[in-house]
Design a protein around this ligand. Structure first.
Ligand SMILES: [Cu+2]
Length: 310
């Protein structure tokens, strides 16, 4: 079968032509961009307002701290986060403004080249460097203040040695002139007492974190990290900071989790700290001392069966 002459292939300029190019260059209409911007802002608003409502203490916003070092970490979080949010919004709004204002309106339009503008390049290098340096200094000061051995040991009323296992925690209580004892499950401490804490691990790296009390502290095999807590006395009145009332003791229980992925049972490494009055604590500690201490590992918490992903 004879094929006729193939139709002439339209040239770029002819087939799509000027009308295509002008449509393409003009981009979305300002109305559509305004709608997009409104949608973005609304979405961001919903996200931000829904964060504090998250249950189970799993919130992107820190709970109200109930220990002085928790307060300082909270303050540091605010000092860093609020300017970061302001910078983020400033950059995004500036970006949208520039996209709208300086968009390519005509196919022939060639924008001004700003490559090689030394002054501009110095400014956008120096400003972020200063910001990162300020964050580093503030963070380092806080680490020295609350996580150094000296700070953690200062005026300690008692020491609790926290040890991570796969997948559980134990707490060894050491008080001056008292018999030491070890418990698993809940860590019980008297409020308004300086509790020095040490952290190590039996196996892999874990991280002990109760956001209302103190920062994440890694428990590392063969190495001892240190921190401390001193739960505010008046925190027992309202269990603030996401605490739950413990009806048996009248104390408050603050919740946390292992913050270092440590194996298949990582999600089961929950943490509970029960703050009680000194009298309640003395009663509880006497009962623990009366129990036989066999020095064994705690029973492992249930380990989820790893399921292969396909
Ligand atoms: Cu862990």
């Amino acid at each position: 079968m004879a094929l006729g002459p193939s139709p002439a292939r339209p040239s770029w300029g002819g087939w799509r032509g000027a009308s295509y190019n002008s449509t393409r260059m003009s981009g979305p209409s300002p109305r559509r961009l305004r709608l997009l911007l409104a949608g973005l802002i609304a979405g961001l608003g919903v996200l931000v307002t829904s964060i504090p409502a998250s249950a189970n203490g799993l919130s992107l916003i820190f709970p109200d701290p109930v220990s002085p070092n928790g307060h300082r970490i909270y303050d540091l979080y605010v000092y860093i986060s609020y300017p970061a949010i302001a910078i983020f919004l400033g950059v995004e709004v500036g970006l949208l403004y520039i996209i709208l204002k300086f968009r390519r309106r005509h196919a022939e339009h060639v924008g001004k080249d700003i490559h090689g503008n030394t002054r501009l390049e110095i400014v956008w290098t120096v400003i972020p460097t200063i910001i990162v340096a300020v964050i580093a200094v503030l963070s380092f000061v806080e680490l020295q203040r609350d996580f150094s051995a000296e700070a953690a040991n200062a005026n300690a009323d008692m020491t609790v040695a926290v040890r991570g296992y796969q997948f559980n925690w134990t707490y060894k209580y050491q008080e001056p002139n008292r018999t030491a004892f070890t418990v698993g499950d809940t860590m019980v401490v008297p409020v308004d007492k300086m509790v020095h804490m040490t952290f190590d691990s039996d196996n892999v790296i874990h991280s002990w974190w109760v956001p209302a009390l103190t920062g994440k502290t890694d428990s590392v095999p063969g190495y001892t990290n240190q921190s401390w807590i001193k739960i505010d006395k008046d925190a027992l009145s309202d269990c603030r900071g996401g605490g739950a009332r413990d009806t048996a003791t009248g104390g408050c229980k603050w919740h946390g989790e292992c913050a270092e992925l440590c194996g298949a049972g990582h999600s089961s490494m929950q943490i509970d700290v029960l703050g009680v009055s000194q009298e309640q604590y003395d009663r509880w500690a006497a009962a623990q001392r009366a129990k036989p201490q066999d020095g064994k590992k705690p029973p492992p918490s249930p380990t989820p069966t790893p399921t292969p992903s396909y």
